[in-house]
Design a protein around this ligand. Sequence first.
Ligand code: UGA
Length: 444
Amino acid sequence: MNLAIIGTGYVGLTTGTCFAEVGHRVVCVDNNAEKVQMLLEGRMPLYEPDLEYMIRSNVDAGRLKFTTNLESAVEECEIIFIAVPTPPHADGSVDLSYIEGVSHEIADALKPGLGYRVVVDKSTVPVSTGGKVYQVIERYAPLGVDVDVVSNPEFLREGSAVHDLMNPDRVVIGSDSQRAMDMMKRVYQPFNAPIVEVDLASAELIKHAANSFLALKISYINAVSAVCEKAGADVELVARGIGMDRRISSHFLNAGLGYGGSCFPKDVKGFINVSEQLGAPMEILKEVERVNAAQLERFLGRIRKKLWVLRNKKIAVWGMAFKKNTDDVRESVAIKLIKRLREEGACVSAYDPKASETGARALAGYDVTICDDMYECARGAEVLVVATEWKQFATANLVKVRELMRLPIMFDGRNIMHAENAVHAGFEYHSVGRKTLGRTNLRG
Ligand code: UGA
């Protein structure tokens, strides 16, 4: 099928590429000419595992194109996916101006002779946005165009986007038109995944409800981690014990510094806002946010307690990305932590395998030393903080790290380090929701 994807961010670019991979002809459209030029030259505007190779092979096979020309994409393609950002406003409501703008442009590009077109919303939007997209198209498109609007929320995770797209747990398609539904089912037929056919409003709600539930799960285990710290219990063992109940499942029960990224913080806020607007407030989600913020504060409090005063202490931070396998630092808890340490006068060096450029931009003005090497980052440090769950941190040579540091104190904010190895290497090992291990009477 001929598919257009408007927006080449993490969602649009990976979705378009995976559609091409299964044999569709895909045109990715972006109004950022510089980004389109990069893609045309085979350069990547973002880091996502396996994506670069997949883009190249599909471009070479003639199935994947990039352009700034939305009008020609609408002419060529029977299905047009909208995958543009839906950032939060200051009050937590969702900024839908990009969605509105693109809907308007699609309306202008539609011509009566083109034939049937399906406009699909892939961006995360509040319930009832699809109806508004349809209104915009109806209002601005010429008379006689034949179009339906569908909601098809995306569930990919950054860092494993290609895998998630190629192996979806389910595909949600929301439409009030059988004709549009049938076309969408053809798009997803090669993926061999269960398809959840629902009305437009339910599809939109599924996305907000799914992300909020996952955030709730993370806040739940983080709240349990605070109890574990007081009770001398181990949150990892508790998570394992409860996760083996299939009704609960072990996924998204990793305690840590809290959730970040461009989705959970925004979508929890967005769902709170929408539910309030509708007169059915999701009060439970306010507690999810509160726990998430408290998690970082408690962790900072523990570092402060250990060092007494943070001013002029040298702290090395491993990780700036909001999670492993991505260069994305949007709403990254690691970045928030670094900023807080700097505000309290600590000297901070930071390292991330992929997010050093994006991290440096996010930390501009904070006077943080960005290192190219994780061992150099640790040199002379009084505390090493692990803030992102990159695998290479867990497999680091801890004896070497300890030798480079001024004091052997480690705060693992993601519970990814091997505790016994850390202790064996001579560290005093602090983690989340678990007892502190190793030396406790440090002099130095
Ligand atoms: C999330 C959802 O998982 C996707 O299904 C959804 O499509 C996406 O948002 C979106 O709406 O676009 P993403 O934000 O890319 O995906 O990353 P996650 O893997 O969900 O991680 C989010 C945050 O939660 C990260 O900061 C991560 O470190 C944290 N997390 C995750 C935990 O603290 N504990 C866990 O057990 C899992």
